[in-house]
Design a protein around this ligand. Structure first.
Ligand code: 3PG
Length: 208
């Protein structure tokens, strides 16, 4: 399964790996069975390791900035790699491991560098700052073969604008996995926010 299948990817910042299993269960129960666990915390590899034992959940690594972090993510059992920007070294290492990789690319030059490495699904981050839906629409003209995952400033209130675009594979965001709720082990809140988000996605996809 691809992380874009459900058209929404929670971006997770987790400080305590002991919260990982419950978080994974909350995501599944909320109908969003995928997680991009960011390497912004030291707990990320262990959290990925624990969440990857849940066979109903697709777990990847995010904020991967170096080839060494790719190796750590692979070792922990990550199923995909996400990077905020385009690093050839990161992409090549992920490809070496045979893992899907979604680097960030917001300019035509970055997109072409990614195409050179055979990539056609790219993160678009921070989506709100780099022009939002209007920018993605414009990039669709020269890059008809590219699908984007806009992330950064995406929320329940604007995800429909993104998902309506033919070149948006999925949206990413942290609003359904607030760090405070993860920290507090508040699975109910995460489950509720995920279910809400999944509902908005379903409605947006039906309208589009
Ligand atoms: C990411 O790395 O994808 C972002 O930090 C998520 O952006 P958001 O917090 O605005 O959803």
């Amino acid at each position: 399964m691809q992380p874009t299948a459900g058209r929404i990817i929670p971006v997770v910042v987790i400080r305590n790996a002991d919260r990982a299993e419950a978080l994974g269960e909350a995501l599944v129960a909320g109908g969003v069975p995928v997680a991009e666990v960011t390497f912004r915390t030291a707990a990320a590899p262990e959290a990925i390791r624990r969440m990857a034992t849940n066979s109903n959940l697709l777990v990847g690594a995010g904020t991967v900035l170096t080839p060494d972090q790719v190796d750590q993510a692979v070792d922990a059992g990550a199923s995909f790699i996400v990077s905020p920007g385009f690093s050839q070294a990161v992409v090549l290492r992920a490809q070496h491991h045979g893992l899907p990789v979604y680097p960030g690319a917001v300019t035509p030059t970055e997109i072409m560098a990614a195409l050179d490495l055979g990539l056609t699904t790219l993160k678009f981050f921070p989506a709100d700052v780099y022009g939002g839906p209007a920018a993605l629409r414009a990039l669709g003209a020269p890059f008809g073969q590219v699908q984007f995952i806009p992330t950064g400033g995406v929320s329940a209130s604007n995800l429909a604008d993104y998902l309506a675009l033919p070149n948006v594979a999925a949206v990413g965001g942290s609003w359904m996995v607030p760090a405070a709720a993860i920290e507090a082990g508040d699975a109910e809140t995460i489950k509720r926010l995920c279910a809400e988000a999944a509902g908005f996605v379903a409605a947006a996809v039906k309208v589009a």
